[in-house]
Design a protein around this ligand. Sequence first.
Ligand code: HEM
Length: 255
Amino acid sequence: MEIICNQRQRRIQFNSPAQTTGVAAVLVHKQASKQREREEQMIIIGNQRDYTNQIIKGIILVMLTVGTDTSSMTIEWALSLLLNHPEVLEKARAELNAQVGTDRLVDKHDLSNLPYLHNIISETLRLYPAAPMLVPHESFDDCKIGGYNIPRGTILLVNAWAVHRDPNVWDDPTSFKPERFEGLQVQPSKLISFGIGRRSCLGSGPAQRVVSLALGSLIQSFDWKRIGEEEIDLAEGTRVSMPKAKPLEKTCFRN
Ligand code: HEM
């Protein structure tokens, strides 16, 4: 991260062609123009906060860390669920074959035609939210939640995992049923894998697209009939080892 920031700064210093795509480039570029204006090492956004080198690096590191584990974990859970629900996998494959065909991998233009794939991802995020307790929030005023008086300044955790498995909210909550989302506009307060409100996940749109593309390509590429063997083929001759599908409930939270 240090290297990226320094390199961007050097480019600006030596008047290299401005590259203003990518978060690092945009932030460092803004910093440099303000720097020239104010001859200081900081930029002020909204007169509220100084964005120093350290803060820029922090922002980028947070984006990288919160964006990678969450997405890869969701893809892993989705694969695991598909391995244990071959009928769902077959339906997803049929949708991909019909909408994308078999001579190329899914791309971003296909995503709007793949509702069942989206339902699989929603159902995966419902059963295995990557952030089961979201992130801690602090009440900025006295308030009442579920009949409890919460004083201002209390750290609050939201148990998304429990909301997603609440039988008062979902039918047959512990079963993996992507069909439950068919033709359904889910209330935002029911499916809160990306949080809710002003501090909800900034990357929810891109994250859903990335997960859809990765999962769709995997479904297309795997030689699914051979699951259970020690190794299976991915597209273009890559081989990966593949453990036999195990019952999921042994590895996750319990109600
Ligand atoms: C499946 C993938 C992801 C899941 C499940 C997820 C989930 C979440 C959750 C639960 C929160 C906290 C919301 C709250 O407490 O109300 C959050 C915040 C955040 N997420 Fe994600 N996230 C994902 C991917 C990403 C990606 C790809 C990025 C960006 C590259 C990203 C950027 C952020 C940021 C910046 C915040 C903080 C927002 C704020 O505090 O205002 N996330 N995410």
